[in-house]
Design a protein around this ligand. Structure first.
Ligand code: NAD
Ligand code: DAU
Length: 337
């Protein structure tokens, strides 16, 4: 099976490429990534020597670039991870790139897949499209779409464009909606890697508001196995929730990280809350479990320990990101976006 993976230099995309090349000897991967601030080819160190792997520096907002990639490579499926993914950036830096990449970029891919008769399109979406839960209940695939921040709104819009391409034009498309991922290669702007890195440098750990917002955490490799199950066995036009069934307040996560690293809780610093901060996410993943036989393999505590160990062992990886060093290398090699 030959796949075009978009956003394969990011956190989940790179974990997916590592996973698929290790698991499936027949797999070939074309990684199509614009190398934005979140894209880092160091996430794929070693993979670049695998003859089954090709990298294209390309931007999904450019229809010609997408078409050229699909002309050059006859792929069996597109697995679409590329996105602007950080909620805080969508609130504080600007929404334009979110609309361009997440909505227009997804539409460009859908159009190109139709034109090149790509057999399957897997759209990697998020539980954020459902908005926020009260103290009870979990999101199912039938929950209303009620995005509350600009990032989530653009992901919801892209889900609807995928649905429309499938319904109106018969494109074979499937959608996944996963909860909060963590693991190796996660950009240290997101909660878990930020807290690990700050704790290791004895810097304050910024907890938004009261820290009682709940997220449902899943180890990234479990998400990748879920995406792969949907790629291979998912039913056309269907949506599959993926989640770790470990929904806990942010403060619990932060305290656990400090305990693993044997750092004091006095490092916790309560800061101004995120505007419109969603209070609680929790996923009902029973559909993918029942229909595709998927289940998460790693429990939260084991996965968190493994993740902390990875950030300890790969200090240079995140230090180069925090210092900006990683961008200088790519700017020289590929130019800036
Ligand atoms: P990330 O920000 O780490 O990586 C995004 C990647 O997309 C980067 O490599 C970046 O260079 C690339 N990219 C961005 N704009 C592009 C463009 N215009 N053209 C081509 N490439 C572009 O993101 P992530 O956390 O790995 O998330 C991957 C996907 O999974 C996203 O679609 C996100 O919405 C979804 N998701 C993420 C989570 C999570 O917890 N991180 C949970 C559920 C779903
Ligand atoms: O639920 C899936 C989503 O999870 C994905 O679609 C997004 O791409 C991904 O970024 C993530 O969104 P969140 O906003 O939930 O993740 P983040 O790591 O930014 O924040 C997790 C929680 O921690 C959230 O309640 C905000 C809080 N937080 C975050 C940061 C960065 C803090 O309290 N302090 C922080 O410094």
């Amino acid at each position: 099976m030959k796949l075009l993976v978009t956003g394969g230099a990011g956190f989940i995309g790179s974990n997916y490429i590592h996973y698929i090349l290790a698991e499936d000897p027949e797999a070939q991967v074309v990684n199509f990534d614009a190398l934005t601030y979140a894209g880092n080819l160091e996430n794929l160190a070693g993979i670049d020597k695998d003859p089954r792997y090709t990298f294209i520096k390309g931007d999904i907002t450019k229809p010609n670039a997408v078409a050229a990639a699909l002309e050059a490579h006859q792929v069996d499926a597109v697995v679409h991870f590329a996105a602007e993914s950080h909620v805080d950036r969508s609130l504080h830096v600007g929404t334009r790139t979110f609309i361009l990449t997440n909505v227009l970029g997804t539409q460009n891919l859908l159009d190109a897949c139709r034109a090149h008769k790509v057999a399957r399109f897997v759209h990697v979406s998020t539980d954020e499209v459902y908005g926020s839960l009260g103290p009870e209940g979990r999101f199912t695939e039938a929950s209303p779409i009620q995005p509350n921040n600009p990032y989530a709104a653009t992901k919801a819009a892209s889900d609807f464009m995928v649905r429309a391409a499938c319904h109106s034009h018969g494109l074979d498309a499937v959608i996944t909606r996963c909860s909060n991922n963590f693991g190796p290669y996660q950009f240290p702007e997101k909660l878990i890697p930020l807290m690990i890195a700050n704790a290791l440098e004895d810097k304050p750990l910024p907890v938004y508001g009261d820290g009682c917002q709940v997220r449902d955490w899943i180890y990234v490799e479990d998400h990748c196995r879920g995406v792969d199950a949907v790629l291979r066995k998912g039913k056309t036009g269907e949506i599959y929730n993926i989640g770790g069934s470990h929904d806990v307040p942010n403060l619990d996560v932060v305290r656990r990280i400090l305990a693993i690293l044997q750092k004091p809780e006095s490092l916790i610093k309560y800061v101004k809350d995120r505007p419109g901060h969603d209070r609680r996410y929790a996923i009902d993943a029973s559909k993918i479990e029942r229909e595709l036989g998927w289940q998460p393999r790693l429990d939260f505590d084991t996965a968190l320990r493994k993740t902390v160990a990875w950030y300890l062992e790969h200090r240079t990886w995140w230090e180069r990101i925090r210092s900006g060093e990683y961008r200088k290398y790519y700017a020289a090699m590929y130019g800036n976006r």
